[in-house]
Design a protein around this ligand. Sequence first.
Ligand code: HEM
Length: 524
Amino acid sequence: MSQLSLSWLGLGPLAASPWLLLLLLGASWLLARVLAWAYAFYDNCRRLRCFPEPPKRNWLLGHLGLVKTNEEGLQLIEKLGHYFRDIHLWWLGPFYPVLRLIHPKFIAPLLQAPATVAPKDRLFYNFMKPWLGDGLLLSAGDKWSHHRRLLTPAFHFEILKPYMKIFNKSADIMHDKWQRLASEGNTRLDMFEHISLMTLDSLQKCVFGFDSNCQENPSEYIAAILELSALVTKRSQQIFLHMDFLYQLTPDGRRFRRVCNLVHNFTDAVIQERRRTLISQGSHDFLKAKAKSKTLDFIDVLLLAKDEDGKKLSDEDIRAEADTFMFEGHDTTASGLSWALYNLARHPEYQERCRQEVQQLLGDREPKEIEWEDLAQLPFLTMCIKESLRLHPPVTVISRCCTQDIMLPDGRVIPKGNICVISIFGVHHNPSVWPDPEVYNPFRFDPEIPQKRSPLAYIPFSVGPRNCIGQTFAMAEMKVVLALTLLRFRVLPDYTEPRRKPELILRAEGGLWLRVQPLGTSTQ
Ligand code: HEM
């Protein structure tokens, strides 16, 4: 083998080995990478210096663990909101900066930017991928924009209108259960438990046209969705288990896989069955039959959806979208409704005003059912829901990654590559936007009083290209369930104050307990 001479380096004959040369090259490459990273890091820190930082815990942890996911954590965020009113910097450890935004003016350039400029930050969401696949919530780029276009008609009011019957029926089932429990002396109820089952019941009927009777009898599929949501929440709090290969080694990781399979098998079976019907009947007769029953399930809309070139969604795509609706639609709406009932329990004067509004609207109509046209006739109830979504937003934070420099209205720039957390809770509790932010005051949303605040001051469903596609569905369901609940029950606070718990959605530690008193109006 010919030897290379490196004697000019003064390394002697030893260094002449090709292996050593390789090592030298490897080490130089590594050094170059480290230097490039160090320079990029230094440059990023220099550019981030214009953003204020709350005091760190220490140089190593930075702000990591400073805000806990409990009541004290939320109180600290409220307090910080008085000092840092627009944007500030957090350090997760010594090397990981995150910008937190809590002012409407500052979130606008991020949320209203095209989805490619400020895509979702994957760190937050990726561990839901095995369950939700490339559904709207998790997909990005061309796939997301193509699917968003295809799915938007699924939330058109003509599709949503027939779901009103389903919302009314699911609420009736829940109220029958409450009546029964109250007659047995159980008037203290965990709202999250009851309302989550009810929203899942509704969704299973709207998405798949499937009635599992899950509010009365245990359902394997519904139990699986609840378990997956709980496992996702647990994992999100164990930072080391965010790595897939580690998570898969744990009992929770293996359980997650098994339960995912169960959920996927259910969705696949419905898709196959519908495809067979569609093929045997032909799409024209299928639609005619559906028009007779007046309800087009989401899964039908997904099966029939076509783009301009006639391209349809694959079975895998349909499954991802249906599973996404089931996940994204149940907990969020249940949280919104539970906190709305809590706020009305604490403000009996507003509760009574809502009840009178519903009584006047329904008069002696039988059966007591809220119809689509009624939704616009409940202005005070709507104000109460909106104010509750402000004070207790179900989704408390969302995150974005900047793929290019983003200019803020005051001239400062968020450098490319940084992660931004948009605190919906922070915006809704920002004292420079909302006077007395901790006070529940539905009149902030009085349509008669012109509001001077920015449209981005209130963002429970986010805004911009990646806003919530299900917001009309959610508002309709919340209005129906709240109206019927107040018609049939008086809601009173529990003996102890709940402690808020911001997980994937805003919950209460140990459940959100309220007392309910039947008012003698039955569901019939
Ligand atoms: C009160 C109830 C709800 C609230 C507060 C809520 C809130 C949100 C928020 C804040 C986002 C943005 C997430 C992000 O940017 O990371 C979002 C996205 C989404 N929501 Fe909702 N949501 C609710 C109900 C629903 C319902 C009922 C459905 C479906 C039936 C739904 C389906 C979705 C989907 C598919 C996305 C992703 C949209 C996209 O990225 O294109 N949501 N929701």
